[in-house]
Design a protein around this ligand. Structure first.
Ligand SMILES: Nc1ncnc2c1ncn2[C@@H]1O[C@H](COP(=O)(O)OP(=O)(O)O)[C@@H](O)[C@H]1O
Ligand SMILES: [Mg+2]
Length: 231
């Protein structure tokens, strides 16, 4: 069992510039590790900082303190101090992030969004296209939608494009922010199976799942983030 993620002493607060510089402390002294084959679920109420923590690990938010080591082959790389170039490499090879809501470049078709993600992960154009076909099929996205940009799609359809993009190539670390929140039961099960397949293949998963049934099916461990609440 290999350690894939090791988080220690992480703190985060937000400075609200439009509120006279009010400082909002969100987390302190976060300590967490995730091994291969594990799915650690972040628990705790809304506003506790779960999504912010995933964003810090992916490098979208800067941590104020501490270390976020993620494994890239033989190296443990600290996201907190990594150069932008190193962060790009980590995202290409080591970690995928499925955000809660889909954010995309306008006018790019849903199939291209997924195929581009597969190409960025290292597949050639033909293989990337086939990978997009199979992911969209597996997630029950009707082919009539493949050539359309997802801007006008339903919440559940957008979320499935987001998941297909995040799973475009298998990466050793998966960060999932409520990926099943707006899905029907059948598609929720598809995503549960994708997550469990990734675990069996050795991925380290860190996710947020409010649905108890989903949580019971994927979680190997639950970490309540309220323990990291600033005093
Ligand atoms: N970019 C931001 N700017 C200011 N405050 C933020 C920002 N992102 C998150 N927050 C605040 O940080 C707290 C934690 O948010 P979040 O990480 O989304 O919690 P959770 O995912 O556990 O519901 C909330 O009070 C939220 O308003
Ligand atoms: Mg959240």
């Amino acid at each position: 069992m290999t350690e894939m993620m090791d988080i220690d002493g992480v703190a985060k607060s937000f400075t609200l510039h439009l509120r006279g510089g009010t400082v909002l402390p969100v987390m302190r002294n976060v300590k967490l590790h995730v091994n291969t084959g594990e799915c650690v679920v972040l628990g705790g109420p809304s506003g506790a900082g779960k999504s912010s923590l995933l964003r810090m690990i992916f490098g979208n938010y800067a941590a104020d303190a501490g270390h976020i080591h993620v494994r890239d082959a033989g190296d443990m790389v600290d996201v907190v101090t990594a150069t932008p170039r190193r962060l790009v490499e980590l995202r290409r090879r080591a970690m995928s992030y499925v955000s809660q809501f889909l954010r995309v470049i306008p006018r790019v078709s849903s199939h291209d969004i997924v195929a581009r993600a597969a190409a960025e992960g290292g597949l050639d154009a033909g293989a990337a296209g086939s990978r997009a076909d199979s992911l969209l099929t597996c997630l029950n996205v009707p082919p009539s939608l493949w050539r359309l940009p997802p801007a006008t799609f339903s919440g559940g359809e957008q979320q499935r494009i987001n998941i297909a993009r995040g799973f475009a190539v298998p990466r050793p670390i998966l960060l999932l922010d409520e990926p099943t929140a707006s899905l029907d039961a059948a598609n929720r099960q598809v995503v549960v199976n994708m997550i469990n397949d990734a675990k069996r293949a050795g991925a380290a998963v860190l996710g947020i799942f409010h649905d108890e049934d989903v949580r019971d099916q994927v979680a190997t461990r639950i970490v309540d983030v309220t323990q990291f609440k600033p005093q």
